[in-house]
Unconditional design. Structure first.
Length: 418
């Protein structure tokens, strides 16, 4: 009996010692996650963050979100000042600029396969769009394609039959027909970024080249770029698009925030497939989608089927292990997939696509736009043509032509010189 009492006492001492010897709970971990997008993306991402926090007590994630327009400059400032978020979105067009500045700002995502399940991603696709063929700064979150979204009833009223074999003259023909509905009606609206995209695509369709080739030469002749600038002038002269003076207040937003699209005065908007959810939510009429125009006999169809955005990790994050864990969850968790849906386009992860498909959550318009574009993809755009200084110079000459301050010929001379 005495031996039993001593044994029991010893057990209690050992148990008590074990309890007090356990490590104290880890301090709260705070992460910052930044992204751009429309309201639908913001709401879904914040909801997903709440789910993760519930699953991981002690982890708090601060969402930093806003419009695309100033995101890059803000991110560059943060990276240079070592104040960047732990997790952030990157546009594929920034990859070469960012890598040339300091690749060590980013985790090389191809090295985290033991912590992030990469089996559902096409890593060749990821490397083509998110690396310089060596250092992978981000994983694709969605697959994006450029196409046309249109107001079905408005085009029917105008007698326009849109289809997937349109060339650039077909758009001008539609402009003439829609204009007959009234002076405030226009067949199409191009914001600033989509005008720039149109110029690049037309050059690639005409020549097979990017604006600037990898050997630092212009990918076009004066005749080529003059014809493209002349096409912008034709869009204006025929009333296919509104005057630049009317478009400028909305040059940095998309269809979902453009009053004359919502008021059914604009019939067609070029768009990324990833923006369809927000356009669908804002538009109180039936939508249709069609393939982007391609010149007959184009040397390269030139359409981009690129990642909607890349998920990147700050290599200097004080809480990098938790940031990696969150990245794995947002890319591969079933509940995350269902919460995020298609707000970043058709998911790049096969796992997420399968989850959405099984639950009838893949938007038919997004899926259709991507499927229409993939056979006509022009491949990744060269890093020199994506350079932000090059894009800024191109945008300036587009504006000069659009405001009729320069003839297409003069703008061509200026662009080639600069």
């Amino acid at each position: 009996m005495k031996r039993k009492i001593l044994s029991l006492a010893l057990v209690l001492v050992l148990v008590g010692s074990a309890v007090f010897a356990q490590p104290s709970p880890a301090k709260d971990v705070k992460l910052r996650f930044s992204w751009w997008g429309a309201d639908a993306r913001h709401k879904a991402t914040l909801a997903a963050i709440k789910q993760y926090e519930t699953l991981n007590p002690g982890v708090k994630i601060e969402g930093e979100y806003g419009a695309f327009a100033n995101f890059y400059l803000k991110l560059i400032t943060q990276l240079n000042g070592n104040t960047a978020p732990d997790i952030f979105q990157v546009d594929f067009k920034w990859v070469y600029d960012l890598l040339s500045q300091n690749r060590k700002w980013f985790v090389d995502m191809k090295t985290v396969g033991d912590k992030i399940d990469l089996s559902g991603l096409d890593m060749k696709y990821a490397m083509a769009w998110g690396s310089d063929d060596n250092y992978l700064i981000g994983l694709p979150m969605g697959v994006n394609a450029i196409g046309l979204v249109y107001n079905k009833a408005l085009l029917e009223k105008a007698g326009v039959a849109i289809n997937d074999s349109w060339d650039w003259d077909d758009l001008l023909d539609a402009g003439t027909k829609v204009k007959r509905l009234g002076k405030d009606y226009y067949a199409a609206f191009f914001n600033k970024s989509y005008l720039s995209y149109m110029v690049k695509v037309q050059i690639k369709q005409k020549t097979g080249n990017d604006l600037i080739t990898r050997d630092y030469k212009l990918g076009f002749t004066k005749k080529d770029i003059t014809e493209v600038f002349t096409y912008i002038q034709k869009l204006l002269d025929t009333g296919t698009i509104p005057p630049f003076e009317e478009m400028v207040p909305f040059e940095m937003v998309y269809a979902d925030q453009t009053p004359n699209w919502l008021n059914q005065k604009y019939a067609i908007c070029p768009t990324s497939s990833s923006l369809i959810p927000s356009i669908r939510t804002a538009s109180k009429f039936e939508l249709g989608v069609a393939r982007y125009p391609i010149y007959e006999g184009a040397k390269n169809p030139g359409l981009i089927t690129a990642p909607t955005m890349l998920l990147a990790l700050n290599s200097r994050s004080p809480n990098l292990p938790e940031a990696i864990k969150f990245a794995n969850w947002i890319l591969n968790d079933k509940d995350a997939a269902l919460t995020l849906g298609d707000v970043r386009g058709m998911p790049a992860s096969k796992f997420a696509r399968d989850v959405l498909s099984a639950n009838n959550r893949l938007d038919k318009h997004i899926q259709t736009m991507v499927e229409k574009a993939i056979p006509f993809t022009g491949g990744p755009e060269g890093e020199l043509s994506q350079n932000q200084e090059v894009v800024t110079i191109l945008d300036d000459y587009i504006q000069q032509v659009g405001y009729r301050k320069m003839t297409p010929e003069k703008a061509a001379d200026g662009l080639m010189k600069d």
